[in-house]
Design a protein around this ligand. Structure first.
Ligand code: AHR
Length: 503
């Protein structure tokens, strides 16, 4: 079925041919919707202004939480939100963030600078999570906290009883316990969370995990600090020593276009070589997940323990004067997000939760704010396009496409994943990494004959295209494909993300 639509910028500079086989006849596991989660830390303007403006603000808000951001996150069905850090988690003491705001202590934010007013605390975060419809994922303080502090926090939030802590919660305005499942036992314990060796952290984890008790209806999912990048020894030791107490093991991996923490590269000023280098580094997520999963398989062959990629995204030089770790987000970031999601979809049997870093005004943000204004970044639109995969059955795909670039730097030109939802609709997500050539893709579906196809495309007139305050250059548009003999023929523009719905 052909559809008419406006011409898409970028489709014109020549094209290459590719094939995609979609194995509808071999559905895999359910893609956990929590793969499409995010992360909000007390950092820069991530929380203050990004989420919290206060009840007296002229910016429209609900109990101090900005309405535009709430509506935007509801729209993409953000399933889970991690808080309060990050490195900040291991210096956060939850009692600082309860009770009358005027009396809350002001503390130095030693991880990211400035003073933490604690105006946004436990009640405000849980309220925000409820308003956006996301499950809260709390990282508790291991580095400078104690099992007792963690226990009391969990009891305060989740106990339906008449205990002193449950009473205190009620006195502070919340009658019913909150629903909370996900508990992270520290953050980056190998670095900002305590400079621990894996042997030491594994013991610390076992001790803390023993005191994650059940207070209400929810059974907690206990998440251990996992590795960064290719630190396979961390995974080996922690799994060996503690696997039976772990429900989820985290993985952190950031894409730096240069691979150099001292000169990370610009968020917006880059050429095609850096565009390609960025994707080459993002594609390493595939290798890291594969190798960490193989180690986990040794100690957990039934895959009971989830791999939770709870910090992923691009990390560029920050823009001066706009808050710590503030960066713009271009079309390049959209492709980075889509590649990561494809990898997570393909590894859904082990990767069952993820969190982009971060949600608002920090790193690869979905949303940028400037006082009362809000911008939806290209990354946001990928969350929007990919929400169709939440809770669907993963379907294997086989892409045959020419390499993009030459020699050791060559990349796959097309990256894909697919799933089938509850109503039988097959969604195929395609990324064309090539900066200037469109991809003419013949799609065959094994096990299903296509009768119709619709789609949406995200692209821009240049690789640096971005959305700014007052100008929008990257947003989804309708996309037309053609049904040919039960398969599809699609022309995917250069530098684009396309999501198809096939019936
Ligand atoms: O997301 C920013 C920081 O990156 C987090 O605080 C930390 O966990 C990671 O190193």
């Amino acid at each position: 079925m052909a559809q008419s639509t406006k011409p898409v910028p970028g489709a014109a500079s020549g094209s290459f041919e590719a094939t995609l086989q979609v194995r509808v006849d071999r559905p895999g596991v359910t893609i956990d919707r929590n793969i499409y989660g995010s992360f909000a830390e007390h950092l820069g303007r991530g929380i203050y202004e990004g989420v919290w403006v206060g009840e007296d603000s002229p910016i429209p808000n609900t109990r101090g939480l900005r309405n535009d951001v709430i509506a935007a996150l509801r729209k993409i069905k953000l399933p889970v939100l991690r808080w309060p850090g990050g490195c900040f988690a291991d210096e956060y003491h939850w009692r600082d963030g309860i009770g009358p705001r005027a009396k809350r202590p002001r503390r130095a934010n030693t991880s990211w600078g400035g003073v933490e007013t604690n105006a946004f605390g436990v009640h405000e975060f849980m309220d925000f999570a409820e308003l956006i419809g996301a499950q809260p994922y709390i990282s508790v303080n291991v580095g400078s906290g104690s099992p007792r502090e963690m226990m009391e926090w969990l009891e305060y939030m989740t106990s339906p009883s008449d205990s002193s802590l449950a009473r205190l919660r009620r006195e502070n305005g919340r009658q019913q316990p909150w629903s909370l499942k996900f508990v992270g036992i520290g953050n980056e314990a190998w670095g900002c969370g305590g400079n621990m060796r894996p042997e030491y952290y594994a013991d610390e984890y076992r001790r803390y995990a023993a005191f994650v008790k059940k207070y209400g209806a929810d059974e907690f999912v206990k998440i251990a600090v996992g590795p960064s990048d290719e630190d396979y020894n961390w995974t080996e030791v922690v799994m060996k020593q503690a696997a039976k107490f772990i429900d989820g093991l985290s993985l952190h991996y950031y894409t730096l276009p240069t691979g150099n923490w001292k000169a990370k590269g610009s968020a917006t000023a880059f050429g095609e070589a850096e565009w390609r280098a960025t994707f080459r580094r993002t594609l390493r997520m595939e290798e890291f997940i594969g190798k960490h999963s193989a180690i986990m398989d040794k100690y957990d062959p039934d895959k009971r323990v989830a791999l939770i990629v709870d910090e992923w995204g691009t990390w560029y030089e920050s823009e001066p004067g706009k808050g710590a770790l503030y960066q713009q987000s271009t079309l390049r970031d959209a492709l980075v997000a889509a590649i990561n999601f494809n990898v997570f979809n393909q590894h859904a049997e082990r990767v069952r939760m993820a969190a982009s870093a971060q949600a608002i005004n920090v790193l690869q943000a979905m949303i940028l704010t400037k006082q009362g204004q809000m911008v939806l970044t290209p990354t946001y639109h990928v969350f929007d396009l990919y929400q169709v995969h939440q809770g669907a059955l993963a379907i294997p795909v086989d892409v045959q496409a020419p390499r993009y670039g030459s020699g050791a730097d060559a990349l796959p030109s097309v990256h894909a994943s697919a799933s089938r939802d509850h109503s039988g609709v097959v969604h195929i997500s395609l990324v064309n990494l090539d900066a200037s050539r469109g991809a003419d893709i013949s799609v065959s579906l094994k096990g299903q004959a296509a009768t119709s196809v619709t789609g949406r495309v995200l692209t821009g007139t240049s690789i640096n295209a971005l959305n700014d305050f007052g100008s929008t250059a990257v947003e989804p548009r309708p996309f037309a494909g053609e049904v040919v003999a039960g398969g599809l023929q699609v022309s995917v523009p250069a530098r684009s993300v396309v999501v198809l719905a096939v019936r």
